[in-house]
Write a protein that binds this ligand. Structure first.
Ligand SMILES: [Zn+2]
Ligand SMILES: [Zn+2]
Length: 289
């Protein structure tokens, strides 16, 4: 059997739209065999795009109901995209155990905080990005990015998820203004260090198509230069769209899977009965047999 997988999806439980069932129906129609829901996990402060703690029981029940209802057509998974904060809070392992998740995606959307205690969101608006860069890092983009990757190192050491979400999301605003050069030696060195650490931990790195179909980035997260290093290090990858709408479920999968084949990747990771397995793929899907 051949079909796609997507382990990174949002719905109206956080900042996506439409009920979970609409996402399931769209996924079945588009040849998806595995669909994992990964709402933004509740945070220790109010945040407009995160799921609230109160909605966790409803989220869990609804995924369980849909797992049962559609099990002949698609395998559904229960997950959260967990924000990592190095100074405490509930992390990947907490959510996995307390919510009965199948896996977690570990992402960094926040770096440190403003003087008033508000966390700096790095992939929100351009003005918030500039404000944090100026007020927290005195416009030293290198210091901000080194801190961003330091948080990944901390997460890998302290609370390793199953999968790293959009590893180089920090480049997002480069398309509007060139904040840094991705080819700079210091940047590539910091990438090398994170990848070596990820390889040691045997964590999966997702290839995320959202920047491309939202026309924010020309390349996926992570960029091609990073994907080449991932391939050389034989770090396992999977392909996700980070969909926030049912129509985005396999957006740009054809093009990005072609790119991955050109870069020498042979396998994508597939979650099966509680374990991650590598499976061959081409630009039309993953071979499940
Ligand atoms: Zn994210
Ligand atoms: Zn996401």
């Amino acid at each position: 059997m051949k079909g796609w997988t997507n382990y990174h999806n949002h719905s109206y439980f956080c900042d996506g739209v439409e009920p979970l069932e609409e996402h399931v129906i769209a996924a079945i129609q588009q040849g998806v065999l595995h669909l994992g829901f990964s709402s933004h996990c509740p945070l220790h402060f109010t945040n407009p795009w995160s799921m609230s703690n109160q909605r966790i029981p409803e989220y869990v029940l609804e995924i369980d109901r849909l797992k049962e209802k559609y099990h002949h057509k698609i395998t559904l998974y229960k997950s959260l995209e967990v924000d990592y904060f190095p100074d405490g809070n509930f992390h990947n392992q907490y959510w996995k155990q307390n919510t009965g998740l199948d896996y977690t995606i570990g992402s960094v959307h926040f770096i440190d905080q403003f003087e008033d205690g508000q966390a700096w969101e790095i992939d929100g608006t351009l003005s918030v990005f500039k404000k944090g860069l100026e007020e927290i890092f005195h416009n030293d983009i290198k210091a901000a990015i080194l801190r961003y990757f330091e948080i990944f190192h901390h997460m890998l050491d302290q609370d390793c998820p199953d999968m790293i979400g959009h590893l180089d999301k920090i480049k997002m605003h480069n398309s509007k203004e060139p904040f840094f050069d991705e080819n700079a030696e210091w940047y590539q060195k910091s990438i090398d260090q994170v990848l070596v650490h990820a390889a040691e931990k045997n964590v999966i790195i997702e290839v995320n198509t959202r920047g491309i179909y939202k026309k924010i980035t020309a390349e996926p997260y992570p960029s091609i230069s990073i994907l080449q290093k991932i391939q050389a290090l034989k770090i396992p990858i999977c392909l996700n769209s980070d969909a926030h709408h049912p129509k985005e479920v396999i957006a740009e999968y054809g093009n990005v899977s072609r790119l991955l084949k050109e870069l020498g990747f042979d396998h994508l990771m597939v979650f099966d009965n509680g374990v991650w397995l590598d499976r061959k793929f081409d630009h039309t899907g993953i071979f499940f047999d």
